[in-house]
Design a protein around this ligand. Structure first.
Ligand SMILES: *Cc1c(COP(=O)(O)O)cnc(C)c1O
Length: 500
């Protein structure tokens, strides 16, 4: 039974190559009123393009409609909620776009002289200061291009500090609830990874941690709140355990949407962390758009931050390249600058109280969803939720329906799926993060859809197992799509597929 279903305009748009008819043009030029010249003679043969085989020939309107129709096949944040847990899919306020397009900033060239770049440098300085205050850390770099890149930067800094003390050590500890980028980062910096168990409350097991920490351990990479959406309540003790053995603590700050304005990692003992500016501070990242993985460091690690660093010389900003202990550049120029502008605009528009309110609203929204869905779905860990809640498909699995099936069915109800099967420590995970962006009406519509699906699983599991039913393309064979992708248009392939 389907209720409250939104149906899309489904236009079965063929490939543009299939719409081509020879001689069709998307433009019209006046008759030549000058003598024609031979292009090859005028330009030289090397500069004249040869015929492109199968080049589509369509009218202007056909081209326009083709791409506009294709754009409607995507789900978009302007269409509805993206409840993707761990991703913090917010995109507001839109005025940030206007700010990012400010001419003097958008057109600034990275090779422009320092005295002509003072405004752009001021933006960097202001954002670094704001982020240092928000995190309670001593200094911030905006160079890294995304979260994982920030992790890489931070662990390189830890390695450099330990090397300066005479021993880089061998291992990085990573809780079993960590994002996959954490162990990958540790490996890339040349460490081996040791997993730390979580308790049945979903937090780091202190005894397991104490047993694991020794003189071989360079540090711990911890996410707080962690990926099951639970605050690591023993975080001070955890930092103490590492510090007592001369090891450091890296915090994956992808979940800062739950802490900004409420708690500061610098105050609970973190040595270095990254922020996903494209998650917590407004820039949307659907479709793999640009990110920014600002790294914030406590005093002991600031000499190792990537260079150059900003410094004040009289009335002017300057780039300081004289940083003997720096790990060096991690990216060309000064980071993904457009994302930085949006983050600063977001922070300044909210102010301290506004940021705190956004955090509290994000927590409220996640707990609203949790409360309404707990009668229908199994809550993986009973500890209080922060900005996201993680259910498991335990109850639905008894009917043969798994998290991926429920996610597909959610598409029929007009929502982007939640995060499926992550974190790995929850079997059949369904990870939901609404963010503070969503209002009650949208949250209620989402909850209604999830409850309707839970009832469908009881009454007609086949309906859910075969979802989606209302999309242009029905359920695809994901394994074949991944193993044998068809990425090149071939008339023969299309013809044979159509015949199938
Ligand atoms: C998103 C995320 C990352 C990686 O960040 P990117 O910007 O995608 O590289 C790392 N850890 C957690 C917990 C995340 O949610």
């Amino acid at each position: 039974m389907i209720n409250k279903v939104s149906r899309h305009i489904v236009q079965n748009e063929p490939l543009i190559f299939e719409q081509s008819s020879p001689g069709k043009r998307g433009y019209q030029l006046p008759e030549l009123d000058v003598p024609a010249v031979d292009a090859e003679q005028a330009l030289g043969a090397g500069h004249v393009r040869s015929e492109i085989e199968d080049f589509p020939e369509v009218s202007e309107f056909e081209a326009l409609r083709h791409f506009t129709r294709l754009s409607t096949w995507n789900y978009a944040i302007d269409l509805g909620m993206y409840p993707l847990g761990s991703c913090t899919m917010k995109y507001n306020p839109r005025v940030n776009e206007l700010v990012a397009r400010t001419e003097g900033l958008a057109w600034a060239h990275p090779y422009q002289a320092e005295e002509l770049s003072q405004g752009a440098m001021e933006v960097i300085a202001a954002l670094e200061n704001a982020l240092a205050e928000i995190t309670g850390m001593d200094a911030v770099t905006l160079q890294p291009a995304a979260g994982a890149h920030g992790e890489f930067t931070g662990i390189l800094m830890i390695r450099a500090l330990l090397e300066s003390r005479g021993n880089a050590r061998k291992k990085i500890l990573v809780p079993d609830s960590a994002h996959g980028t954490n162990p990958a980062t540790a490996m890339m910096v040349g460490y081996t990874v040791e997993n730390i168990k979580s308790t049945d409350r979903g937090v780091v097991d202190l005894e397991a941690l104490e047993r694991a920490v020794n003189e071989d351990v360079a540090g711990l990479m911890i996410t707080n709140p962690n990926t099951v959406g639970v605050f690591e309540e023993n975080i001070r003790k955890i930092c103490g355990i590492l510090h007592d053995k001369g090891a450091l603590v890296y915090m994956d700050g992808a979940n800062m949407n739950a802490l900004v304005g409420v708690a500061r990692p610098g105050d609970f003992g973190i040595d270095v962390m990254h922020l996903n500016l494209h998650k917590t501070f407004s820039t949307p990242h659907g479709g793999g758009g640009p990110g920014a993985g600002a790294v914030a460091a406590a005093k002991v690690l600031t000499p190792y931050l990537p260079g150059p660093r900003l410094k004040r010389a009289g009335d002017l900003w300057q780039w300081n390249y004289d940083l003997p202990q720096s790990i060096g550049r991690v990216r060309a120029f000064y980071g993904n600058y457009g994302v930085l502008i949006r983050a600063l605009a977001y922070i300044m528009a909210h102010g301290g109280n506004g940021l705190r309110q956004a955090t509290l609203d994000a927590l409220l929204n996640a707990n609203y969803i949790r409360t309404l869905l707990e009668p229908y779905y199994e809550m993986a860990y009973k500890a209080p939720s922060m900005h996201e809640c993680v259910f498991s498909d335990d109850r639905q699995a008894k009917k043969g329906v798994r998290t991926g099936d429920i996610a597909k069915r959610l598409i029929d109800y007009g929502f982007h799926p939640y995060t499926v099967s992550f974190p790995l420590i929850v079997r059949g995970a369904m990870m939901i993060e609404p963010t503070e962006t969503e209002g009650k009406r949208e949250l209620d519509a989402f909850v209604d859809a999830m409850i309707a699906i839970a009832k469908e699983v009881e009454e007609d599991p086949e309906l859910v197992l075969k979802a989606p039913h209302l999309t242009r393309t029905p359920r695809v064979d994901e394994v074949t799509a991944a193993r044998k992708p068809i990425v090149r248009w071939q008339p023969s392939t299309r013809a044979s597929q159509a015949a199938d």
